[in-house]
Design a binder for this molecule. Structure first.
Ligand code: HEC
Length: 141
């Protein structure tokens, strides 16, 4: 195989990257709903158990380590989804996120784990539990 000049290789890589060829492993892509995704209705009590379960992470954290009693939520949590979340915007370049996408965002970022399967009862349960937590959330700032 002929040796490619460095400049050509660099431009090839840039083209592939902008075409999304490397997207699969990136957090931004990992948290994006698959095409045609329809959220399933979930069991909030299963979600509450998972919320407190450190086995979901690889670093000893549970969702509750940060979010117990509405901790770590900013005023955005009170708004209907999809909405802007500062962390998703700053770290993943996402203008707005759905609730399930933000759950996946916290799975891959603070929880240092893989995203949950999109069609799993675990994701649906966490989604249902967080929708109920959202109803009692009063932003303090
Ligand atoms: C190490 C702390 C930490 C852990 C653990 C964590 N999160 Fe988060 N979470 C955050 C931070 C920080 C934000 C960003 C808040 C912001 O930018 O407004 C956030 C944002 C969110 C939001 C979006 C809130 C909004 O404004 O709409 C949801 C939903 C959420 N987390 C759910 C979860 C779930 C579910 C888990 C467990 C799977 C989890 N988080 C684990 C720190 C954490």
């Amino acid at each position: 195989m002929p040796k490619l000049p460095i400049a050509l290789m660099a431009s090839l890589i840039a083209t592939l990257a902008s075409a999304g060829a490397f997207a699969a492993g990136e957090p931004g892509a990992q948290i994006t709903r698959p095409a045609g995704y329809k959220p399933m209705s979930g069991d909030a009590s299963l979600g509450e158990k998972l919320f407190n379960d450190t086995k979901l992470s690889t670093n000893g954290m549970s969702c509750a380590s940060c979010h117990a009693n509405h901790g770590a939520f900013q005023a955005s949590f009170a708004k209907p989804y999809p909405h802007e979340v500062a962390m998703a915007k700053d770290q993943l370049g996402r203008k707005t996120v759905h609730l399930d996408e933000m759950i996946q965002g916290c799975m891959v970022m603070p929880m240092a784990a893989k995203p949950l399967p999109w069609n799993s009862k675990e994701l649906a349960g966490l989604n249902a539990y967080l929708l109920s937590a959202q109803k009692t959330f009063k932003p303090s700032r």
